[in-house]
Design a protein around this ligand. Structure first.
Ligand code: ZN
Ligand code: ZN
Ligand code: ZN
Length: 168
């Protein structure tokens, strides 16, 4: 399998959407959910979440470590992994298994399965709840007598922009 080791190109953000709003909403949701659940969104957890939300790209743990070092000198890989485990358990972040990377969840307010559309060019990940697909899959699993453990379906390809179809 081909891995994505190409350096991240410094492309201008072509997205027409207001990403500041994405980040703002994601952090607000996280704060709200954590206080509702009585769990602590510690400063390191908050920082990791914020770094993941810098873009819609999947981020690898070592990239997070690199970026957090200037903020928290004592940060070690284990620090990052513990923060990631917490964020994943709270449904605030999803693991993109096929890239061994992480992406912020846009709909963490509720339990959901995911269809992850992974662009091999810009590395952005679009999350879709794809209810019908998931229902059909569940039916397949039932027929096969298969107990599925992963809740995400990952598909690699080109996003709308990279395929030259323009913004939505
Ligand atoms: Zn955004
Ligand atoms: Zn999600
Ligand atoms: Zn793309």
């Amino acid at each position: 399998m081909k891995t994505l080791v190409e350096p991240t190109l410094n492309l201008p953000e072509p997205n027409a959407h207001n990403h500041q709003q994405c980040v703002h909403d994601a952090l607000k949701t996280a704060e709200h959910l954590c206080s509702e659940r009585g769990v602590q969104l510690t400063s390191i957890r908050h920082q990791v979440l914020e770094l993941i939300w810098e873009s819609h790209k999947a981020v690898k743990a070592y990239e997070l470590l690199d970026r957090i070092k200037p903020l928290q000198n004592a940060a070690k890989p284990a620090t990052i992994y513990r923060a990631l485990d917490f964020l994943i358990a709270q449904g605030l972040v999803h693991r993109v298994e096929s890239l061994n990377a992480f992406v912020g969840c846009r709909c963490s307010g509720h339990q959901h399965e995911q269809l992850l559309l992974i662009c091999k060019q810009c590395e952005e990940v679009e999350e879709r709840t794809a209810g019908k697909v998931m229902q059909a899959l569940a039916e397949e699993f039932r027929q096969a007598g298969f107990t599925a453990h992963s809740k995400a379906v990952e598909v690699h390809g080109l996003c709308r922009r990279c395929a030259g179809l323009g913004d939505a």
